[in-house]
Design a protein around this ligand. Structure first.
Ligand SMILES: Cc1cc2nc3c(=O)[nH]c(=O)nc-3n(C[C@H](O)[C@H](O)[C@H](O)COP(=O)(O)OP(=O)(O)OC[C@H]3O[C@@H](n4cnc5c(N)ncnc54)[C@H](O)[C@@H]3O)c2cc1C
Length: 537
């Protein structure tokens, strides 16, 4: 390939576009990769973009696949997992709220990203590595053709330029350039609503109490460097520490339970916090932090009808799809889309037809997307119910590490042979997951809540979730990986059965999941571990 045939143009140099360029240049150093980005560099720190919390797949992708470990460990913050404080009464005492989270930094590493710092670093790195990163450049026209595509952009100086390229890869975020240009159908499902702001200063969850026992329960660093979630009926609030001692705070609500008008301004968001999370509101008031920015957004749950085309265009990042910020999955999906796109570019370089690989890529991507939609859609109502929520948190975490997550972290996500061998387990896992989401919802309205232990510190004792997460960082042979996915499915079946027994005291044969778990091999330790985690029995 040469000339336009060798050129790939990426629209947008944010998180999705810059990481895609890095992955492409690492895999195919002879390509001519151009990024067109509207912003000028350097971009501002801290108060730049939303999307700061990463989880396991994203951590693996950024650290190992893109080899950004030095930047992440030295310039960003190491992350101590996700932590949840469940509601109790009027939420005026953090020590009486059930706490679900880690005591240590998980072995599978992830990070809290200052997005401005990250994107400045990526800009400099990509330029060094030979990517033609054109900033202050607004894409104004895209023509997709059979042979080569044409992208026109205008520089801030007013000069207009056109690039011919074999591939156009859209990473334009909310601008959704290709979706609009090609009139692709935008599929919207029920969306939550969010408002967020950044403050200059450290918001420490440990400042919410002086109770020595509560403070000593978890190392201070674990509470400070995780993503803290304060949750209640129909909402959650994030507290994300950023390097440079800044903090990102956001509220996400289900409009079914909360009037989104209440999140329309910074002042009204503070008033909302005073009502629902009075301790955090009082802390912010007392500390008088400088508020660096404020933004609100709704209607963000969206997917484009098509993401990967045999006509050599593709979408990555939120221009193609976004589910919900709960569990911070945004960068995981960027990692998946980018990995699939790189594989498609490789097929094209090898002269292979792209129809079947594009179709397979969409199936894989949307299987994950649909699974995550079932995790969040109509699920915020559960958060009032401590028992159903704790079961959901333990279940969702374990599920995330059991199938596609394990394959991705073992760099086998696009391995067709392995995918074939575990296709039954992945399909059943997905069905079991969707069914369990309905079960959690049912429990939250029909089963009386129960007193739980307050400290569900998930890594204090070995348990099913920890084993699944630890497996993410093990190196498996193909056979061992297949065996591990099958084992994980069995563990999930056991977990479902154990949850039914604990919550409903009901044999699984009478439950919604009976058919899905039929033939599973019971792992008694899973039941004991669940009991320990929830009730300390
Ligand atoms: C409330 C909320 C909370 C979230 N929290 C998280 C989280 O904690 N963790 C997480 O991983 N994800 C989170 N996300 C998702 C997060 O936003 C994405 O993961 C990430 O920011 C998407 O990156 P992107 O590259 O797709 O978009 P962006 O980072 O927005 O990049 C798009 C780029 O395209 C450029 N552009 C647009 N139009 C043009 C044009 N015409 N010409 C040239 N350039 C153009 C823009 O300037 C921009 O830089 C959250 C999303 C929401 C809505």
């Amino acid at each position: 390939m040469n000339g336009a045939d060798n050129t790939i143009v990426i629209l947008g140099g944010g998180l999705a576009g810059s990481t895609l360029a890095k992955q492409l240049i690492m895999m195919y150093p002879n390509l001519d990769i151009k990024i067109l980005e509207f912003n000028s560099y350097p971009v501002p720190l801290a108060k730049f973009k939303v999307g700061e919390s990463t989880v396991d797949m994203a951590g693996h992708y950024l650290r190992n696949v893109l080899q950004l470990e030095a930047h992440l460990e030295q310039e960003q913050l190491p992350k101590y997992g996700l932590r949840f404080f469940l509601p109790d009464g009027d939420n005026t005492d953090i020590t009486t709220r059930v706490e679900v989270g880690n005591g240590q930094r998980p072995v599978s590493k992830s990070y809290q990203l200052d997005r401005g710092k990250f994107e400045n670093f990526m800009h400099a790195t990509l330029l060094e590595q030979g990517v033609d990163f054109i900033d202050s450049a607004k894409v104004v026209n895209i023509a997709i053709n059979e042979s080569s595509h044409r992208v026109t952009y205008v520089k801030d100086s007013g000069s207009e330029h056109t690039i011919e390229a074999r591939w156009v890869l859209d990473a334009s975020g909310g601008a959704r350039l290709l979706q609009k240009t090609l009139n692709l159908e935008a599929v919207h499902t029920k969306s939550h609503h969010s408002a967020w702001f950044r403050v200059a200063g450290k918001v420490e969850i440990n400042d919410l109490s002086t109770d020595p026992q509560w403070l000593a329960r978890v190392p201070e660093v674990a509470r400070q460097l995780c993503t803290n979630h304060l949750i209640g009926k129909g909402y959650w609030v994030w507290i994300i520490p950023l390097s440079g001692d800044n903090t990102s705070i956001g509220v996400v609500v289900d409009p079914e339970y909360h009037d989104v008008e209440q999140l329309k301004t910074l002042e009204s968001t503070h008033a909302w916090l005073s009502q629902h999370e009075p301790q955090l509101a009082a802390l912010l008031q007392a500390k008088q932090f400088e508020v660096m920015d404020y933004k609100a957004m709704g209607n963000f749950t969206y997917r484009c009808e098509s993401l990967f085309s045999p006509n050599r265009w593709a979408l990555t990042g939120i221009c193609g799809s976004f589910t919900d910020p709960f569990y911070s999955p945004g960068t995981d999906f960027i990692a998946i889309a980018n990995t699939l796109i790189c594989k498609l570019v490789g097929e094209d370089l090898a002269g292979n037809d792209l129809k079947a690989p594009c179709m397979a890529s969409e199936q894989m991507y949307f299987a994950g997307y649909d699974s995550l939609i079932s995790t969040v859609e109509n699920q915020y109502g559960i958060f009032a119910h401590n028992l159903a929520t704790s079961c959901k948190l333990l279940w969702d975490g374990t599920l995330a590490w059991s199938g596609a997550g394990l394959m991705f972290c073992n760099d086998r996500f696009t391995d067709a042979k392995i995918a074939m061998e575990v296709s039954d387990e992945l399909m059943l896992m997905s069905k079991l997951h969707t069914t369990m989401q309905q079960v959690f919802r049912r429990w939250s309205t029909s089963i009386p809540d129960r007193e739980l232990r307050k400290d569900i510190i998930v890594d204090q004792l070995d348990n099913f979730g920890q084993r699944a997460q630890r497996a993410l960082v093990q190196d498996y042979s193909d056979e061992a990986l297949v065996a591990q996915v099958k084992q994980n499915f069995n563990t999930l079946c056991t977990l479902a059965v154990a949850m039914f027994k604990l919550v409903e005291d009901k044999p699984v044969t009478d439950s919604e999941v009976a058919l899905l778990v039929s033939g599973y091999r019971h792992e008694p330790e899973v039941e004991t571990e669940l009991n320990n985690l929830l009730f300390n029995h």
